[in-house]
Design a protein around this ligand. Structure first.
Ligand code: ATP
Length: 221
């Protein structure tokens, strides 16, 4: 299979960590920034890093940007530059354009321009951190839909040594433990006799309400 090529435009904090991670995952990454310093900081890390202004159509053409499988616009503060870059990328025929938005309005404009995926890193991280602060045992979660979530919950001391039958989250709260991540391995689809130890990570699926009430019970006990 052909290796995916990514372009990352804007090597600020967000763009540079994204580009670094893609590189670490073995992908070819071209980083673009109009700031020389930002580029030189990343030049050792990325496959290619160039100083260029992404609002210049000729520049984008000469890079051959349309041949990239996915281009991420990681410009935030300069909304005009972000929007112009997104328009040019779509016009030039880049198949998958992802862009970072700083506000809902910024995101709506990008959406209208045909940007394929919009990310709100600051907003999403704020929401995530708030959830984790409110629920100290919550390690991470994925929203499956508006109502359903998969959550990773660290087992507090009060659960140490309890079997799933004793805990019985399905009967008590309606949510199910679909995996238990233990120090020495993961139990997928655990059964009633599986034992939970402190700091095991329980992977739970259910409605937001069910998971919340389970978490409240753990904090309260
Ligand atoms: P972060 O939070 O990721 O640090 P930011 O929103 O604070 O980002 P921005 O001002 O959005 O920072 O810029 C991110 C990077 O994008 C900067 O390094 C900036 O030089 C670069 N950049 C902005 N406009 C352009 C452009 N037209 N062409 C190329 N690079 C650009």
């Amino acid at each position: 299979m052909k290796m995916k090529q990514f372009g990352v435009i804007g090597l600020g904090r967000f763009g540079s960590s994204l580009a670094r991670e893609l590189t670490n995952n073995g992908f070819e990454v071209l980083g673009v920034d109009r700031d020389e310093e930002a580029v030189s900081e990343m030049s050792e890390v990325l496959t290619h890093a160039i100083v260029a202004d992404s609002t210049d159509e000729e520049t984008l053409r000469s890079i051959g940007i349309r041949n990239f499988d996915c281009v991420i616009v990681a410009i935030g503060d300069d909304i005009q530059a972000s929007i112009m870059t997104a328009i040019l990328l779509k016009d030039l025929g880049v198949e998958m354009v992802v862009a970072k938005a700083l506000s809902v309005l910024h995101g709506k404009v990008l959406e209208r321009l045909g940007v394929d995926r919009i990310i709100y890193p600051e907003r999403d991280m704020g929401i995530r951190v708030a959830h984790q602060l409110v629920n100290p045992n919550l390690l991470d979660y994925i929203e499956l839909s508006k109502d359903y979530t998969i959550a990773e919950i660290s087992a507090p001391k009060c659960l140490n040594g309890k079997t799933l039958e004793e805990l019985n989250p399905r009967a008590k709260y309606g949510c199910s433990v679909v995996a238990i991540n233990k120090k020495d391995g993961v139990i997928i689809a655990p059964t009633a006799t599986d034992v939970i130890n402190e700091r095991d990570v329980m992977v739970i699926i259910g409605t937001n309400k069910q998971i919340e009430s389970f978490e409240e019970e753990l904090v309260g006990s």
